[in-house]
Design a binder for this molecule. Structure first.
Ligand SMILES: Cc1cc2nc3c(=O)[nH]c(=O)nc-3n(C[C@H](O)[C@H](O)[C@H](O)COP(=O)(O)OP(=O)(O)OC[C@H]3O[C@@H](n4cnc5c(N)ncnc54)[C@H](O)[C@@H]3O)c2cc1C
Length: 379
């Protein structure tokens, strides 16, 4: 049995764990990262080559966080020397938006934006179809989550962090010393002053441990729903120009962004938020049904004339939902729990890493809406 010691042990090296490792190691703490699979695997939520960065939030908490996240993206790019975030601009449209209110809220958070009629939007982006007013903000973009994980873990390793792939943690206990003891499936032990759970959809596996650290015999994790989310890549037709990142709310929520290097030709990734099957990490199968595929193909055919509606590639990932849609980011004694739930957390990853580091070092208190015991009154 090997015994590793560190100031902080991070369980899970997806976007959140890798960014936490970078932020903690850069503050001079010794860090060990334990990842059940190879770093960069495709079983969780952070694989693929494109995620959207958007600032079109009506909720002031998340709107403010997008600005802070942008600063941390810049820092991660500067320190790693890696270009991660590419500006594309972002469009929000559809009858389920109150674009005027959203525009004012974004402006109040310092996000310049333009309101366009359907006709103006259609003239500007003839590769998309509009039936309602649209809102455009130029500072939206797209980033590559796999390169982000590489950049963050490389910086962490350069600052002395130990990255332990194929190390599945099966147990977390408080030791009499107040340290945390983690045990791996391979029989290793990791002893740390603090442990951070960034296990994404696997967080329910640690329900008992989270309760134990909270000094509670009852579960303290909110009930989490895990869904498989599928996305499809569609080539731009010859002569068509790249399109912005977009969200279209018309009874359901469609979204899309440039595909990045997921496919070899200029393309857009398109998906339907919330149409994935409820699953668990044990039984999920990454199977995409004909019905799910056809629904997105028909959307592209109807709304995106710039795209060839035959999918070039498709992918499935896990989305973890809390009942209220808010993230989990809390600390009980030496245990920090961080889950960016509800399918929109990637854009915040470098900021979440910083917020995790603040909780570990005591530089900040948990955000009330992200606390485990927030209850119904937190909103
Ligand atoms: C298809 C899809 C599209 C998305 N699009 C966007 C978008 O455009 N914009 C946006 O902002 N967000 C988006 N999101 C959300 C975003 O990608 C997630 O919020 C983010 O990836 C979550 O990262 P994570 O590190 O929490 O989870 P994960 O990436 O799943 O990482 C958790 C890690 O923990 C490891 N682990 C679990 N259990 C153990 C254990 N016992 N021992 C050791 N390791 C363990 C896992 O192997 C995994 O590597 C999307 C999500 C999906 C699925």
């Amino acid at each position: 049995m090997t015994v590793h010691r560190a100031d902080v042990a991070i369980v899970g090296a997806g976007l959140m764990g890798s960014c936490a490792a970078w932020q903690l190691a850069s503050r001079g703490l010794s860090v060990a990262v334990l990842e059940a699979y190879e770093v960069g695997h495709d079983h969780g939520s952070s694989h693929g080559r494109s995620r959207s960065f958007r600032r079109a939030y009506a909720d002031p908490l998340y709107a403010a966080m997008t600005g802070l996240a942008l600063e941390q993206w810049q820092r991660l790019q500067d320190e790693s020397g890696t270009h991660l975030l590419t500006g594309t601009g972002g469009i929000d449209h559809g009858p389920d938006y109150d674009v005027e209110t959203l525009s004012s809220l974004m402006a109040a958070h310092g996000v310049p934006n333009e309101l366009l009629s359907a006709r103006e939007a259609g003239t500007r982006w003839p590769g998309m179809r509009f039936e309602t007013d649209a809102i455009f903000h130029a500072c939206a973009g797209v980033f590559d989550p796999e390169s982000t994980i590489v950049a963050a873990t490389s910086l962490a390793a350069a600052a002395g962090a130990t990255i332990l792939p194929t190390t599945r943690v099966i147990d977390a206990n408080m030791m009499p010393t107040g340290d945390v003891a983690l045990h791996s499936a391979g029989g290793d032990q990791i002893i740390a002053q603090f442990a951070v759970l960034t296990t994404g959809a696997w967080l329910p596996d640690f329900s008992s441990a989270v309760a134990e650290f909270a000094g509670n015999s009852e579960p303290v994790l909110p009930p989490l729903t895990i869904r498989q989310q599928q996305t499809f890549h569609f080539a731009l037709r010859p002569g068509e120009h790249a399109l912005p990142t977009f969200v279209h709310k018309n009874g359901r929520q469609m979204y899309g962004m440039p595909s990045g290097t997921d496919v070899a030709v200029p393309a857009m990734k398109v998906g339907c938020f919330h149409d994935g099957d409820v699953t668990t990490t044990e039984v999920r199968d990454q199977h995409i049904t004909d019905e799910q595929r056809q629904s997105v193909v028909e959307y592209v055919r109807d709304w995106m004339p710039a795209l060839d509606p035959t999918p070039l590639a498709e992918s499935s990932g896990l989305i973890t939902m809390t009942p209220d849609g808010d993230f989990i980011l809390d600390r009980n004694g030496p245990l920090v729990v961080a889950a960016t739930c509800s399918g929109h957390g990637a854009k915040f990853a470098p900021l979440i890493g910083s917020m995790i580091a603040d909780l570990v070092t005591g530089a900040a208190q948990p955000t009330p809406r992200f606390q485990l015991d927030r209850g119904a009154s937190a909103h």
